[in-house]
Design a protein around this ligand. Structure first.
Ligand code: SAH
Ligand code: CA
Length: 211
């Protein structure tokens, strides 16, 4: 699934600051060694996550859906010196690979990586998050939103990835995941607690700012 024509994508990539060596390595190894590598955020989206984080300078970040750790390391770039990022994934098969990547990063002491079901882990977290990235199973997006909304201060940002779902949100006969995304997008649009922007970057990122 390509989101832009190759030549335009190339132009965008060559006019976006590069990834560091560790991110390049994770990108490369995910494509050569891991199932479903297209789930990785990648160069341009990764720089977007980094940019948002650096603008916000969050104390705490929550990420739902670690996969190979690429987006977590991008988000961590904007953390305050004493800040932390909690990221979680249900897939224990990736655990040793991901711990190894985090161990190599500048943020190893700031990243709290947990294995388990996000719907069980999030209710146990008793801190506030200035930035949340929702990127796990699409069926649970609405549930994740409900679980995090009261853990975000006024001015806090939630980002939810893949909200265009390869364009399927506007196709007839949506499947189960597509229906879940459509319901999520509608729910966000109707929620007066936030200002939202559906940014058509890559597969679509819903940006939400709590009023
Ligand atoms: N954020 C990553 C990609 C995440 S892919 C990046 O941008 O590079 C989605 C991940 O969500 C997968 O690794 C999958 O194992 C995880 N996931 C699916 N269901 C989950 C659940 N219930 N709890 C936590 N993680 C889940
Ligand atoms: Ca994603």
């Amino acid at each position: 699934m390509d989101f832009l024509p190759d030549d335009l994508q190339h132009y965008v990539e060559t006019h976006t600051v590069g990834e560091n060596e560790l991110l390049k390595k994770i990108n490369r190894e995910t494509y050569s060694q891991v199932l479903m590598p297209r789930m990785l955020s990648g160069h341009v989206q990764g720089r977007f996550l980094s940019m948002v984080s650096k603008m916000l300078q969050p104390k705490n970040i929550l990420e739902i859906g670690t996969y190979t750790g690429y987006s977590a390391l991008c988000l961590a770039e904007g953390l305050q010196a004493n800040g932390k990022l909690i990221t979680m994934d249900i897939n224990e098969e990736l655990e040793s690979r991901v711990r190894n990547y985090f161990e190599k990063s500048d943020f190893k002491h700031q990243i709290d990586y947990r294995i388990g079901d996000a719907q069980k882990i999030i209710p146990e977290l008793k801190i506030m998050f200035d930035l949340v990235f929702i990127d796990a199973d699409k069926e649970s997006y609405s549930a994740y939103f409900d679980l995090v909304i009261d853990k975000i201060p006024s001015g806090g940002i939630i980002l939810a990835d893949n909200v265009l779902w390869s364009g399927k949100v506007v196709q007839p006969k949506p499947d189960k995941d597509t229906r879940a995304i459509i319901e999520f997008n509608d729910k966000v649009q109707d929620d007066t607690r936030l200002e939202n922007l559906l940014l058509p970057l890559r597969d679509g990122i819903m940006m939400m700012r709590k009023r």
